[in-house]
Design a protein around this ligand. Sequence first.
Ligand SMILES: Cc1cc2nc3c(=O)[nH]c(=O)nc-3n(C[C@H](O)[C@H](O)[C@H](O)COP(=O)(O)O)c2cc1C
Length: 371
Amino acid sequence: MSRLFEPLQIGNLRLDNRIVIAPMCQYSAEDGTAGDWHMIHLGHLALSGAGLLILEATAVSPEGRISPQDLGLYSDANEEALARILTAIGQHSSMPFAVQLAHAGRKGSSRPPWDGGAQIRPDEPTGWKTVAPSAMPHAADEDAPLALDRAGLDRVREDFVKAAKRAARLGLAGIEIHGAHGYLLHQFLSPIANKRDDEYGGSLENRMRFPIEVFDAVRAAFPTEKPVWMRISATDWVPGGWDIDGTIALSKILKERGCAAIHVTTGGVSPQQAIKLGPGYQVPYAQRVKAEVGLPTIAVGLITEPEQAEAIIANEEADAISIARAMLYDPRWPWHAAAKLGAQVKAPKQYWRSQPRELKDLFENMNYGQR
Ligand SMILES: Cc1cc2nc3c(=O)[nH]c(=O)nc-3n(C[C@H](O)[C@H](O)[C@H](O)COP(=O)(O)O)c2cc1C
C-alpha cells in the first residue's frame, strides 16, 4: 500500500492523497485579475489527480504584488474572474483549491522572471514605492522601501482580512498565508530585513508579532471549519538570519492559535543566500517541524520522483509533499506516480480510455457500466 496515496486531513479538509501542487506565480494577470491563461493552467492541473492545489501567491493589495502582472484578490473584478474560473473547473474536478495570500513587501514592483526579474523603480510608469518592516532595500542598488508605520501595519492586516473574506466567498477550501521566500511577513521574521526598534523588531518575540497578528486576523475572517496555514522559510541560508529554531518556535505558537499545517520551504530574504541544492534539500527542515511541532507538515523542493516522494511519507519526514516545477513539466505526475506505486487516482471520465491495459485499476472512479 502506498503511503503517498493515503488520505490526509488538514484541519477538516480531507485530501485524497498527499501530493500537493505548490503555489506558482504565473505573472499573467491584469490589475490582479485572472484571465484565460489561468483557466488553461489551473484547468489542466485540476485534472492531475493531486490531493490539493494551492493557487499562486495572490496579492492582498496592488502594492503587495511582486510584479504588475501578479494575481490579486483585492477588487471585485479580481474576485469575479476567479469565481468564473473556479466554477468552471469545479464542474469537472473535485480537487480542492486553496489560495496563497501574499504581500511582497520590499520585493514588490519587480519585472516578471522572463523580463529579468529586476526591480521596477517607483518613477517608472508601471512601478510603485514598496513597503517593508525597515527602509532597507532587498539588494543594495534597489530603491529603498518605506518602513511601515502603525497605520501601514493596520492597513496591511486589513488587506489580508478583506482578501480572506473574498476567498471565503469564492468557496476556496483553505488559505495558505505566505510567510516565506523573503516577502513581507518573512521580512518581519528575519533579522536581515527587520531592523525595527519598536515592538515589531529586535527580539524573536517581537519579529514574530506581525506575522502572528496577520495569522490571527485571517483565521478570524475565514470560516472556522476551513483550514488556514502558513508557508515558512525555515532558514535564510545566511549566518545570523532567520533559522529553523525560529521556525519551530513560530510554528508552535501558530499551532496554539489554530494553524492547520506548516508548509516548509527556505530562503528568499537575501541575495547573499548560499543554498545547498540537491534532491529533497529542504525535507530535513520539514522533518524537524513535523517531529517537534506535531502539525501536518508539507515538504517541498526538488521532489521529483514517485519513489522519493513515497519514502518521504513512509519515513515520516513529512505528511505531504508539494511539487512545483515537476508538475509543470508533467501535469499528470500523480497519475504516473500512482501507476508506479500501485495506487489509484481520480481521472476525468473523458480520459478513462487512456488507462494502460496492464493497469486496469489505475482510475479509482472509472465506471463504464454494463452494455
Ligand atoms: C514558476 C514558479 C512560480 C512560483 N511561485 C511561487 C509562489 O507564488 N509562491 C510560493 O510560495 N512559491 C512559489 N514558487 C516556489 C515553489 O512553490 C516551490 O517552493 C519551489 O519551486 C521548489 O519546489 P520544486 O523543486 O518542486 O519546483 C514558484 C516556483 C516556480 C517554479
